[in-house]
Ligand binder design. Structure first.
Ligand SMILES: [Fe+2]
Ligand SMILES: [Fe+2]
Length: 265
């Protein structure tokens, strides 16, 4: 089983020709399945790009969405749209809406959820970072910093509950469980310009709620391995917070999508 992992490909920043060239590059790597850990495009063009990905790659594509995928839309609205798209394209699987682990091989399963930066690492109150999310995602428009915080936390907690439901079943039945999520789940995984994010950025670059679940699952399943694939910070890095928990964070530049990794299972 040959896997290609992509993240933060932001296809909406490319001309159609460039998008097709990138998808051809992915196809030429001959993966049996593709993982995408979010920031594929934006709400108003996600439909078009997901269809293009499906038709050009013609292989199972397991994905989660990132914050950019909700730009110019609402969180509930985009998730509903994506559920509809996946229903009409059986090779596309949105893991946030998948309650059962996906079997990749008899030894390896896959689960995932968007995640969301929850302001629980670093200093949310003092951070002066302005995320474009606040202006472009309906759920945040017109809300102040204090009003946004519980919404961010609820989104992250929803991701954590999802993983708390699906991971035990996956870990009982498979030696290795791959997890894809957009937002790095631990502070040491939110690489930014070659080092873990500072107190200004960490609130917007990490999802502590998901990190807590992963640490807990790694502790309670010492003979299993959890391997996480995330993005969001656009800074590449890897960390191993537990012997059996490995987190890959993908690097990205707008307008220059890349294949993060090709690996065999
Ligand atoms: Fe991104
Ligand atoms: Fe992102």
């Amino acid at each position: 089983m040959r896997i290609a992992w992509l993240t933060d490909i932001h296809l909406n920043f490319l001309l159609t020709e460039q998008t097709l060239a990138f998808l051809r590059l992915v196809r030429s790597a001959q993966p049996d399945a593709i993982l995408i850990s979010g920031d594929i495009a934006e709400a108003h063009n996600l439909h078009r790009y997901l269809e293009l990905i499906d038709s050009e790659l013609a292989k199972p594509v397991y994905f989660v969405l990132g914050n950019h995928d909700y730009y110019h839309g609402s969180i509930a609205g985009v998730r509903e749209l994506v559920a509809d798209i996946c229903e009409g394209h059986p090779r596309l699987k949105y893991l946030t809406q998948s309650e059962a682990p996906i079997e990749l091989t008899p030894l390896v399963a896959l689960v995932g959820h968007d995640g969301w930066a929850d302001g629980r690492f670093g200093d949310y109150e003092k951070s002066i970072v302005q995320m474009t999310d606040w202006q472009l995602i309906t759920d945040f428009i017109g809300r102040g910093k204090r009003e946004r915080w519980p919404i961010l936390q609820a989104l992250a907690d929803d991701a954590a509950s999802h993983l708390r439901r699906v991971l035990p079943h996956a870990l009982e039945n498979y030696q290795t469980v791959l997890v894809i999520t957009h937002v790095p789940p631990l502070r040491e995984a939110c690489w930014h310009q070659g080092r873990p994010s500072d107190d200004q950025w960490a609130p917007h670059f990490a999802c502590k709620a998901v990190g807590d679940v992963l640490l807990d699952m790694a502790r309670t399943h010492p003979h299993r391995t959890i391997e996480v694939f995330c993005g969001h910070t656009h800074g590449m890095g890897r960390c191993r917070p537990r012997r059996n928990l490995l987190i890959h964070t993908g690097g990205a530049d707008y307008g220059e999508p890349q294949i993060q990794r090709i690996f065999e299972l």
